[in-house]
Design a protein. Structure first.
Length: 415
């Protein structure tokens, strides 16, 4: 089977756009620009105006208004990059039409299986067309499902100028997955009063809160000698870092043992050798003050290790990433009310939720642009078991088309 949206999605996911948090270049990987350039060209071809592509890979374009009265400019935002946590090269998407609830064995690695008993969300998409990886890569639905939904909705608005809406800015960013998605985004150039990130899972959700987030890098510097003469001279950074990680809480404060509003400390990357070893960790909580407590806990773990290994150097660096969007959304109440109205107009009662993660919307809201997050049909992000529902992506595009019309009504009422 095929559809315009599916064609877009498959075209995008086959491109490797993985970000690299160890890179200092902008964007962090040159390959992200391949998709950015493609999107700029597609925006021009479909009839968008004011199309731009910045050196940082940020694409902006405008779907012109169709109404004579003033309607505030709003923006739809998605990111082109994929997570650095798993392989993203040579993506081979697999289409499963009319899914009926069976286990899906991924053909590139049969040990990887999407089982409804393990992933109960699969039971909510019976009859849908699903897209998975072949088990050897990420799919990239995070966030190419959002990219595809935005492009499809924009194409529909441009093809049907009888639909009443104000000016809509499309915006595609790079490096969201490594916390730099808005670093080179000019809000003055974007020119919107409110925005929406299309970066949520499932269907029918409006996310009004995200985690607050910091990154911690723990570095241990030891002393390397030949192991044959290591007695009383070697200081093994690998062993010390291992001891540090072993003392992190696991029964609480870990992704494996928390849900809902509970935060965590998550070590996700370790590298090094005897002379130097490091670990990268993410600190997450819905309350920003809790991040300070997590940072203090890391120092409390390091302190006795410094005493036990006085010739080693143990350093902890904390980097601010993003903050909960909760308070910032109050600046423009229509950002939420118009989204709720759009879902209801389509016969869906939206679920107002929270994200145990973050989006570009976290940073945009903090910078003064209220930006809730909407569903796009992506599931199991950052995993070779990632999958997406075409039906839910199509629903996301319908919501955007309706959302544009709800803002036109709100603008008319305001006049």
């Amino acid at each position: 089977m095929t559809s315009p949206l599916l064609d877009r999605f498959l075209r995008y996911v086959r491109l490797d756009t993985q970000a690299d948090e160890t890179s200092s270049s902008v964007p962090s990987t040159e390959k992200q620009l391949v998709l950015s350039r493609m999107l700029a060209e597609e925006c021009r071809a479909m009839g968008c105006v004011d199309v731009s592509l910045s050196p940082a890979g940020v694409v902006m374009a405008t779907v012109p208004a169709t109404v004579p009265h003033h309607v505030p400019t709003t923006a739809w935002v998605a990111h082109v990059d994929t997570s650095p946590e798993f392989n993203s090269s040579h993506v081979k998407p697999v289409i499963h039409a009319n899914y009926q609830g069976e286990k899906l064995v991924l053909p590139g690695d049969p040990s990887r299986v999407l089982d409804p008993d393990v992933f109960p969300e699969l039971r909510t998409v019976i009859g849908h067309t699903l897209i998975t990886t072949d088990g050897t890569t990420l799919l990239g639905a995070d966030d190419k499902a959002g990219v595809a939904a935005i492009m499809e909705a924009a194409a529909q608005l441009l093809a049907n100028r009888s639909l009443q809406h104000g000016p809509i800015r499309l915006c595609f960013t790079c490096d969201e997955e490594i916390g730099r998605g808005t670093d080179h985004l000019d809000l003055g150039e974007l020119g919107a009063i409110a925005a929406y990130t299309l970066d949520g899972g499932g269907q029918g959700e409006i996310d009004l809160e995200t985690f607050s987030a910091d990154q911690a890098v723990v570095t241990v510097r030891g002393i390397n000698t030949h192991p044959s003469i290591g007695k009383d001279s070697m200081v093994n950074a690998v062993r010390i870092l291992s001891a540090f990680l072993a003392r992190l809480p696991t029964a609480t404060l870990s992704p494996e043992t928390t849900d809902g509003r509970a935060g965590f400390i998550h070590p996700y990357h370790v590298e090094g050798g005897v002379a130097e070893a490091s670990a990268r960790l993410i600190l997450r909580d819905f309350e920003t003050a809790a991040l300070d407590e997590q940072a203090k806990l890391l120092e409390a773990i390091a302190a006795p290790l410094r005493a036990e290994h006085p010739r080693a150097r143990i350093e902890i660096q904390i980097r601010r990433q993003y903050r909960n969007m909760r308070e910032g959304l109050a600046k423009e109440p229509r950002a939420v009310s118009c989204a709720v109205a759009a879902y209801r107009a389509l016969g869906v009662e939206p679920k107002l939720g929270i994200i145990r993660g973050g989006t570009d919307g976290s940073l945009l809201t903090e910078k003064g642009l209220p930006t809730p997050n909407l569903s796009t049909g992506q599931h199991n992000p950052h995993s070779p078991l990632e999958w997406a529902s075409l039906d839910e992506m199509e629903a996301a595009a319908r919501v955007l088309v309706q959302l544009a019309q709800e803002w036109a009504k709100a603008g008319s009422a305001a006049d």
